[in-house]
Design a protein around this ligand. Structure first.
Ligand SMILES: CC(C)(COP(=O)(O)OP(=O)(O)OC[C@H]1O[C@@H](n2cnc3c(N)ncnc32)[C@H](O)[C@@H]1OP(=O)(O)O)[C@@H](O)C(=O)NCCC(=O)NCCS
Length: 170
């Protein structure tokens, strides 16, 4: 399994992964797929922080995108959507993608990474509830699922969090 930055050629496979991870047979296309297409086209897209997991046969089985966001007027990052093919879940691919995102973002000198997800999964990577650190979610109801992780020595800024613009349409 390798984790690498996506290329334009990966987009169909990445979209398929997100559709399979978030979708259900017979149900409408998941909103995460349309969101991903919009994120690719928006100024907040950061190709170096959009990662694919490729198995030993060269098949893309996992994907995560991280986009430019803000805490007040300070730059931050929003992680997600993230997805792993259902047949490959529970084998550590998600962990590799999250670890890879943290490592690469920290290497670029980024200060903080934010996401909406399950504390039982993301707590293991050092994410903590954001609002108690003064970073306020766009939706107060997100509560403990809205999490942040510092990426270096700099303190986490405080203020309202704004995802990339396509998230506003959800
Ligand atoms: C969430 C997801 C990306 C994790 O990828 P993965 O490759 O299955 O994860 P790993 O194998 O690295 O880790 C497995 C752990 O994640 C946990 N996990 C998986 N999905 C979870 C979820 N939705 N909520 C909480 N924990 C979850 C598993 O219980 C397991 O925990 P354990 O290590 O304590 O047994 C993947 O399951 C997925 O694509 N899910 C559907 C889409 C989705 O929910 N995306 C995330 C929204 S925040």
């Amino acid at each position: 399994m390798i984790i690498r930055a996506e290329t334009l050629a990966d987009r169909p496979a990445a979209l398929s992964v997100i559709e399979a991870a978030f979708g259900s047979p017979g149900k409408a296309r998941p909103i995460e797929a349309a969101l991903l297409e919009q994120l690719w086209e928006c100024p907040a897209y950061l190709p170096e922080l959009s990662l694919v997991a490729e198995d030993d046969d060269g098949v893309v089985c996992g994907y995560v995108i991280t986009t430019r966001a803000r805490i007040g007027e300070v730059s931050s990052l929003g992680l997600g959507p993230i997805g792993v093919l259902p047949s490959q879940q529970g084998r550590g691919v998600g962990r590799l993608l999250v670890d890879g995102s943290i490592e690469r973002a920290a290497g670029l000198g980024e200060v903080s990474l934010v996401l909406l997800g399950s504390p039982s999964f993301y707590g293991r990577f050092g994410f903590v509830r954001a609002d108690v650190r003064g970073v306020l979610p766009p939706e107060p109801a997100w509560g403990e699922d809205f999490m942040i992780r510092a990426l270096g020595e700099s303190p986490i800024p405080t203020g309202p969090f704004r995802y990339a613009e396509p998230f506003d349409g959800l």
